[in-house]
Design a binder for this molecule. Structure first.
Ligand SMILES: [Zn+2]
Length: 282
């Protein structure tokens, strides 16, 4: 019962990632407790090039305040499932349809169970990427995340992949990665100062996939507008290794492979405002 309550309290904080052992609820059993997890617009999905609808009318996302809090303080927690950074409500994202969203938190999904295992949630043509970043936002027309997470047009997640660039240390990640040691144990909190979220994202913010999906953890609410960036963040192998091996879960085991399996597309259409894959774009 203890682990089940941990499980539930975790999901009430609004993150979206997979839990393999908590409360004994394996992914396949989620729908029994949370019917939405068995729904028809679930996330993550496999982004298939030959299925994506090219829509040049999708304008670039407008990100404001992502850089203006350089002097601000950002609480960062090991919640037993990922490292999560709280974001100030001055960070906003405007979707191409004009909807404004308020940033709530960002977290990471990684692999690391063996040196060959990648840990992104979305895959591209069946290929799992090394790491996936999620920045969770809620619709600005609602008073709070807690209200927005219950309604059909409540949430939007900006997602980005990480790729390994062998020996090229990404200095925009130094501050964040250095602080992982302070949150080794579940429940530990530290404070990041002077974080520039824009610098922690891919350089190209213009091109993205877009589709209607869900939270990737229970309760799997089907109210998330997903924006998955085509470009990726580059980290050195050593930086990726540190993210994969710094945190411990509730059982004091190293936190690995915190991703949910890809879900069927069903009737949905994925749109993109670029024609080819980022790898081939150059
Ligand atoms: Zn997530």
């Amino acid at each position: 019962a203890r682990s089940l309550s941990l499980f539930i309290s975790y999901f009430q904080t609004g993150s979206c990632l997979v839990v393999k052992t908590e409360g004994g609820l394996e992914e396949e059993l989620w729908p029994q407790e949370y019917p939405a997890c068995g729904g028809h617009r679930q996330s993550p999905i496999d982004l298939q090039q030959n299925q994506v609808r090219f829509n040049p009318a999708l304008r670039a996302l407008n990100l404001t305040g992502y850089q203006e809090d350089r002097l601000g303080q950002f609480p960062m927690i090991n919640n037993g499932h990922t490292v999560q950074i709280s974001l100030p409500p001055t960070m906003r994202m405007t979707a191409p349809d004009g909807t404004e969203y308020v940033a709530k938190q960002m977290h990471y999904h990684w692999g690391g169970a063996s040196s060959e295992v990648s840990g992104s949630e979305h895959t591209v043509d069946g290929i799992r990427r090394v790491i996936e970043i999620h920045i969770v936002h809620y619709n600005a027309k609602y008073e709070s995340y807690d209200i927005a997470k219950e309604v059909s047009d409540g949430l939007a997640v900006l997602a980005a992949f990480v790729e390994i660039q062998e020996y090229a240390e990404n200095t925009y990640y130094t501050n964040f990665i250095n602080h992982l040691a302070n949150v080794r144990y579940t429940g530990q909190i530290t404070t990041l100062r002077g974080l520039d979220i824009l610098d922690m994202l891919p350089r190209d913010l213009q091109h993205y996939y877009s589709y209607e999906g869900s939270l990737t953890t229970p309760p799997c609410t089907e109210n998330v507008h997903w924006f998955v960036l085509a470009d990726s963040v580059k980290l050195s192998r050593s930086q990726v290794w540190k993210l994969e091996n710094s945190l411990l879960n509730y059982q004091n085991e190293t936190l690995h492979n915190d991703y949910r399996r890809t879900q069927p597309l069903h009737h949905r259409v994925v749109e993109a405002n670029f024609r080819s894959f980022p790898n081939q774009r150059e």
